[in-house]
Design a protein around this ligand. Sequence first.
Ligand SMILES: Nc1nc2c(c(=O)[nH]1)N[C@H]1C(S)=C(S)[C@@H](COP(=O)(O)OP(=O)(O)OC[C@H]3O[C@@H](n4cnc5c(=O)[nH]c(N)nc54)[C@H](O)[C@@H]3O)O[C@H]1N2
Ligand SMILES: Nc1nc2c(c(=O)[nH]1)N[C@H]1C(S)=C(S)[C@@H](COP(=O)(O)OP(=O)(O)OC[C@H]3O[C@@H](n4cnc5c(=O)[nH]c(N)nc54)[C@H](O)[C@@H]3O)O[C@H]1N2
Ligand SMILES: [Mo]
Length: 774
Amino acid sequence: MKPEHEIEGTLTSSHWGTYRVCTKDGSVVALKGFERDEDPSPIGQGIVDVLDGPTRIKAPMVRRGWLENGPGHAKGERGADDFIEVSWPRAIKLVVEELNRVRSRYGNQAIYGGSYGWSSAGRFHHAQSQLKRFLNSIGGYTYSLNTYSYAAAEVTLPHVLGDFYSMVNGATSWEVIKEHTDLFVAFGGAPTKNGQVTNGGVGRHVQKRGMLEATANGTKVVNVSPLRSDVLEEMNADWLAIYPGSDVALLLGIAYTLQEEGLADTEFLSTYTVGYEKFLEYLVGKVDGIKKDSAWAEVKTGLSAACIRDLARDMARQRTMISVSWSLTRQDNGEQPYWAAIAVASMLGQLGLPGGGIGFGYSAMNAIGANYQGIPGAALPQGNNPVQSFIPVARITDLLMNPGEKFEYNGRTGTYPEIKLIYWAGGNPFHHHQDLVRMREAWQKPDTVIVHEWCWNAQAKHADIVLPAATFLERNDIASSSRDPFLIYMQKAAEPAGQSLSDYEIFSKLAEELGAREDFTEGRDEEQWLNVIYNETREKAGANGIELPDFEAFKKKGWFENAMPQEPQVLLKAFRDDPKANALRTPSGKIEIFSETVASFGYEECPGYPFWNDPKEWLGQANPEYPMHLISNQPRTKLHSQLDHGSHSRNSKINGREPIVIHPIDAKIRNINDGTLVRIFNGRGACLCSAVVSDEVRQGVLQLSTGAWFDPPEAGNSDVSCRHGNPNVLTRDEGTSRLSQGPSAMTCMVDIEVYCGEVPPMKAHTPPVIRRET
Ligand SMILES: Nc1nc2c(c(=O)[nH]1)N[C@H]1C(S)=C(S)[C@@H](COP(=O)(O)OP(=O)(O)OC[C@H]3O[C@@H](n4cnc5c(=O)[nH]c(N)nc54)[C@H](O)[C@@H]3O)O[C@H]1N2
Ligand SMILES: Nc1nc2c(c(=O)[nH]1)N[C@H]1C(S)=C(S)[C@@H](COP(=O)(O)OP(=O)(O)OC[C@H]3O[C@@H](n4cnc5c(=O)[nH]c(N)nc54)[C@H](O)[C@@H]3O)O[C@H]1N2
Ligand SMILES: [Mo]
């Protein structure tokens, strides 16, 4: 490490890491990995060439049709119209008048403020918290519940293990896995591309080292995934190339073998679980006449019965960690894979033992398995929302399409309110939502869409009023996240581009005009808020025995490391050691392999124990029209859609389009070669991509990462819905089940062909036509 006086640049933090920001003449010229990070991510550098380029939104903008005709159904113009640049006072006036009109005429529930999205790191300038605090200060909004990451688990695990988040954060540490785990069975693999990221920031990347050290120390890895590349090549994993969406069948096949061969730990089951007998009746076919044995599972998974039996025996024979990726929950019946994995882990009886049991998300983020106590950072308080109406987050299109309709969710029945105004800051539904063609249609219905953005992505292009937001490099903030040892002072490195302002400044101006300034700001500016947040963080840390310096000293140094030694973590150890004193927060206090509560909801797709439903779309059922399964997983070169337009992501494209991976046999019969322009299509939509032919995907499977900015063609009948390669024009927009109504993007069948039409230009990274108000 360099001596401190030689380290160049101010510090900043992002979900993908901590960096030194180098500037020249007031402009950002480079982001270099933090000197204390052993494995910095290249994603950060991607912002440099777009911070102040043509894709940057530099002034308030209003869609022409909205400005000329006023609020109302956009009839397809949202996303197709020109923009008019207006002054800040004019923009503020328009937003204030429209908020007042909607509030007084329809009430606050007509405002949708769910505003899902990751925005940027930082405890204060978190756009979603800022928006919610602002809307609460003016009477509230229709809100959203749960996430796109793992909604099905957020709803299911409280019924089965009493809680979800403590199970994720309590993951057994890599150090323990390295010492104790013989067999690491990774459902959904453990791709290091995802370990670049933790929500809230990363000071030190440890995921890759954790995995490599474990394998070097003898931990055997089995990669259960349609993609071989989901585990690092150096880890020499066995690859079980399962049909996507069939993990529950594999787990039931394993459970059956364990039971049949007397390998289930009956003592563990009776001490720590309830409902095993009920599950067993289903497993052995007493409920539906079907034995869920390995021969049955072979048909459902595409893996041989012998391989399934061998895996079950291997798991019972040695210390086994079952790792389940979050992607398993983002599919039709996404409630079931975790439930089934918990049942198998219970049968193995190793939950709570070092290196055994289960882990939720080793595949997903750097934090999972990291062995640090994070510094519990304070957050901006959001206030109280008096409005009762809500949606499960992924039901946004249904909400807009079907006001007044009822929906079921976790034993409750809700009603979709009529939304007149959408207000979004720090998320990109034109990235994250499924079936974008349908969503784009629904998006036309509200009277007004207001968005804060910093770049001209599809979200900004589909708004009526776009307020230009400053980026994390253009304001001061404090970053910290769970299971990371660092607290970082994010020092402003450049002036906000053009006329952009921080979300806080924008909302402060609006609050002032709406008579809510005091409620929203409490009389504080950025510096004063950071002081409050830091001091609260310092107090909380102090209560945990962590001594933080005063704010000025912290700012001067730029970072604080919690060097406290940590006991390596073992998930559910306390429960195992004393199941009475440390009872789970389930009705029985035990692991609920059968949940009376869930059974009482009466959802036949979700009867209360791990259950197999044939997925709506999958390889296990012949589909002559759309024979290929599309996996749309997280991208390596960016976070979601963020920085798709930056150099690092652009360098990964082929001829400007997103790469899609196809197996050589599937490619050959379609005359597809490396680099071929291809069209991927199904009944919902079609997109263009560039082909990559590789046997790292299972035959019958295509892999197209998320994140390419949505690029719908301009007008007329077109044979493509996205010219750039956004998989969400193909994915289905149906809830996982009535239990959690989560997104089910991974359940998606398509076909692929050489594209022979006239090649349309790619405009994803081109700003809309902008005029000045005269
Ligand atoms: N097909 C498919 N779809 C998926 C998934 C999948 O696996 N497959 N995964 C899903 C998952 S897990 C997730 S979490 C979602 C992610 O979906 P999102 O979180 O919505 O995606 P992001 O691209 O991170 O969106 C963040 C937006 O905030 C903007 N932004 C950044 N900083 C600021 C700021 O300071 N202020 C303001 N106002 N804006 C800012 C960025 O420019 C960007 O447009 O996608 C989901 N969609
Ligand atoms: N670089 C980067 N890292 C990220 C993100 C990002 O955008 N970029 N996003 C972050 C976010 S918000 C989240 S929620 C996490 C998500 O974390 P995960 O959900 O774990 O990540 P994915 O990459 O979507 O999925 C992991 C792998 O699961 C496999 N898979 C898909 N479907 C199936 C299936 O049915 N069965 C089996 N066995 N395997 C399947 C795919 O091959 C995929 O590569 O990642 C986080 N990390
Ligand atoms: Mo996510």
